[in-house]
Design a protein around this ligand. Structure first.
Ligand code: CP
Length: 336
């Protein structure tokens, strides 16, 4: 039996694969507890007097705000360090930076390109390090997504969860492995050239067989992938740093767009739609207007109709970033 108030103390949170199924579920349940406490106005200042560094090499709304608000709710001080504000990897190695930050802060969040960088921060800082997204994994997003699924269905095991779109990005990697760990029927629908790398599929299959108990499917056939799905998930077709790939991705991924027709192919009337956000569902953004002018599209990975439908739980999911990130900080750093 996992004790969330003891068993995570001092540990880093770098990828879901590093945790057992029971630990993964314990963090989700702890987040639900902290969510209820916040809604009821019950104080939970488990990190009183601690200081945490928030390192962001890439932009963020949800992750940054969730870490900052969590820190304050827990009684800790958050210090934001943006890409242009520190020397990380430019004039000072990640190892040296980690050693300095570890002398000053009690915990470090990192969002950036390289998984190796977040691993080095954890290795050399001597304090818990939390992965706020790298090119390989997005583990805090998984906790929020799976808490949202549990809120809607009351369970995770046995849920059929289908991700449609770019199967090679950090979200597809993370959902494949996390879904396998949770005992879901986890499916990726993507064109063959954008299937997850073989090592990620193999990792998910091994986890499903040895620990999760569910199934793993990676296919180019979107109709097969969404049949009986309880959850349909998508992400942007062009990730941060890939802005030259719009034309190629639109051609490849249009058959995987989440629209009313695709949602109907689940054959269920209680399927929910999730998206980590931000989403390309209209042209109320500079990117949206640019894509509209160049390609004539008024949405990309999800239609505005589905995004705004009652099936869409994307803003519950975004709120859950706060409660789940708070659970990670408290479990690894808190005094209970
Ligand atoms: N989903 C997500 O990570 O959002 P941000 O990029 O706004 O942090």
């Amino acid at each position: 039996m996992v004790d969330v108030r003891k068993d995570f103390k001092g540990r880093s949170f770098l990828a879901i694969k590093d945790f057992t199924k029971e630990e993964f579920f314990a963090l989700i349940d702890f987040a639900a507890e902290l969510k209820a406490a916040k809604k009821a106005g019950v104080p939970h200042r488990y990190c009183e007097g601690k200081s945490i560094a928030l390192l962001f090499e890439k932009p963020s709304t949800r992750t940054r705000c969730a870490f900052a608000v969590s820190a304050v709710d827990l009684g800790a001080h958050p210090e934001y360090l943006g890409a242009s504000e520190i020397q990380l990897g430019k004039k000072e190695s990640v190892e040296d930076t980690a050693k300095v930050l570890g002398r000053m802060f009690d915990g470090i969040e990192f969002r950036g390109f390289s998984q190796k960088a977040v691993e080095q921060l954890a290795e050399f800082s001597g304090v818990p390090v939390w992965n706020g997204l790298t090119d390989q994994w997005h583990p805090t997003q998984m906790l929020a997504d799976f808490l949202t699924v549990k809120e809607n269905f009351g369970r995770l095991e046995g849920i059929t969860f289908t991700y449609c779109g770019d199967g090679r990005n950090n979200m597809a990697n993370s959902l494949l492995v996390s879904g396998a760990k949770a005992g879901m029927n986890i499916r990726i629908a993507a064109p063959e050239s954008l299937h997850p790398e073989p090592w990620v599929i193999e990792l998910a299959e091994n986890i499903a067989a040895q620990e999760g108990g569910g199934s793993v499917l990676v296919t180019a056939d979107e109709s097969e992938a969404v049949a009986d799905a309880d959850v349909i998930y998508t992400d942007v077709w062009v990730s941060m740093g890939e802005e030259d790939k719009f034309a190629e991705r639109i051609e490849l991924l249009t058959p995987y767009q989440v629209n009313a027709e695709l949602m109907a192919k689940t054959g269920k009337n209680n399927t929910i739609f999730l998206h980590c956000l931000p989403a390309f569902h209209d042209i109320e953004t500079i990117y949206g207007k640019d894509v509209n002018a160049k390609f004539g599209l008024d949405c990309m990975e999800v239609t505005d109709e589905v995004f705004r439908s009652s099936a869409s739980k994307v803003f519950d999911e975004a709120e859950n970033r706060l409660h789940t990130i708070k659970a990670v900080i408290a479990a690894t750093l808190g005094e209970f």
